[in-house]
Design a protein around this ligand. Structure first.
Ligand code: ZN
Length: 102
């Protein structure tokens, strides 16, 4: 039986006790398409990035490729899911909603 542990708090997620949440993130370099003549809005940016990666030689693409495109995947317990949703990019100053004021 496969046990998953939470990538946030490292606790084991017991499927009979709690739901496991999968977070998938794609981070890729934004390409500015406005300076081309073609108005192909539905162009596949991912394919474009893969083309860039294929054009680079292997030793380079590993280092540069990580900066152009990264995909991350995390398993989270319900508590860490809540935490993640409240601050997905780990902002240092999180704006707290304080309903006791105003
Ligand atoms: Zn957790």
């Amino acid at each position: 039986m496969i046990h998953h542990s939470c990538d946030g708090c490292k606790r084991l997620i017991d499927p009979s006790q709690a739901l496991r949440y999968v977070v998938r993130m794609e981070i890729y370099a934004a390409t500015d398409v406005n300076n081309t003549d073609e108005s192909d809005d539905d162009r596949d940016h991912l394919a474009e990035i893969q083309d860039i990666l294929e054009q680079m030689d292997d030793s380079e693409s590993e280092a540069i490729g990580g900066e152009v495109y990264q995909q991350l995947r995390f398993d989270l317990c319900p508590q860490c899911r809540e935490k993640f949703l409240s601050n997905p990019i780990s902002r240092e100053a999180v704006t707290q909603l304080d309903f006791s004021q105003n």
